[in-house]
Design a protein around this ligand. Sequence first.
Ligand code: NAD
Length: 487
Amino acid sequence: MDTKMTFLQLQNYIDGKFVPAKCYLNSYDPSTGEVYCRVPDSDNEEVHAAVNAAKAAFPIWSSWSPQDRSRVMNRLADLIENHLEEFAQAESKDQGKTVTFARTVDIPRSAYNFRFFASSILHHTTECTQMEHLNCMHYTVRTPIGVAGLISPWNLPLYLLTWKIAPAIACGNTVVAKPSEMTSVTAWMMCKFLSQAGVPPGVVNIVFGTGPKAGEALVCHPDVPIISFTGSTVTAQRIIEKSAPYCKKLSLELGGKNPAIVFEDANLEECINTTVRSSFSNQGEICLCTSRIYVQRSIYNEFLEKFVESTRKWKVSFPSDPTASMGALISEMHLAKVRSYITKALAEGATIKCGESVDTLKIPPNNQGGYFMLPTVITELKEESCCMQEEIFGPVTCVVPFDTEEEAIEKANGVKYGLAATIWTRDVGRTHRVAKRLQAGLVWTNCWLIRDLNLPFGGMKASGLGREGAKDSYEFFTEVKTVTIKH
Ligand code: NAD
């Protein structure tokens, strides 16, 4: 029997039709380590066909009223919600995350992304100013740009892809999207619902494949004037370089090395529950996950003891286990990379308080080939250690004491990244003081991952360029011009 026949085989979605690819890549189930799916390994030509379809669809789609675009997007959200369980199972199998996380976070948010921008597009206004002494008025006009190239990562596959597709098409652009080659299945499933929702052919095109081949073909395509990218800082540097000759408009949402600062007046119970979640949710594979925890020295020992105790209760199991807090990491290579930081930490004389190299991981026989590891807490690290400076993007967090507010701010800011930070204190004055000085695009106080999509999202320093959100995405996906009239 040819076992290859049993694999799920995806196709590109171009001009409203599924199109077989010329070459295919294997995609692995991270919870078993086995190939279960084949993904198009698209090239220049396939990307070009998608761009042509998007270009042809632009004049019609951009002439639709925002109300009509909104109606279609709401229907798409309905269809995703109606198939939530199928999407959640697929997202979990593709990425290794728990089904619970996919069911409660990834997929509801994917549907909500369409609903949110379907609504927000109805409420934007432009500006008008007057110069009465010159008999002049000025106003701004916003228009969609054309074909948007959207490139997304593997950690929150459908959630981050729809966070780009929704604002792009709400504004009247057409898109060519390239999801991560490691997690393509839910994007492909969504394509099945596009025409049913009423999205005209060519408005949303999805090409699957690798970054260097399909991604770069999109970045270098002369008919794609905007690129919205979420992924690593290293890839973003390459995208900046490759797109420079075309002067493309770029939105870059990148990595993080997010600190939590725990002051002695914090509500410790709440802080520990949330910080375990912020460190290890989705296997620590969220750009916003906490990976450095600075704790005021007077409560350091108490915090550490309770934090380690709670971390040990964070259960690692196969993704469909309803009691699992954490599933498998994305790939064998990524698991090896994350583990290498434990080895480096040990070589530097750090202490592993729990997890890798200290505790025993218990995984059922069927999942022995999966990419699992225990949530790991490291102490006794110097600020210059690679574990404190580099994005590990896995279930590893470092705990360090501090004495003064000034010292905490300085240490928190002492990395190249500036995505998110969390402050734990009951002192309102301190909250304002510290939040203002932290070099992070998002600062949470006494909570984590609570977002209002109306407000800007994005990072400072090496964590990104530009912001996303109702107003910011609208501004990114439209061109603005100022018109002056003398009367
Ligand atoms: P990655 O940079 O390796 O890949 C991201 C996407 O870019 C994938 O689709 C990949 O195929 C594509 N790509 C790779 N090389 C390319 C190239 N040369 N040209 C064009 N496209 C290319 O990142 P990843 O490993 O998939 O994701 C993890 C990273 O993403 C982490 O650094 C994480 O912090 C970051 N991330 C950031 C945010 C945010 O909002 N700031 C959200 C999620 C993930």
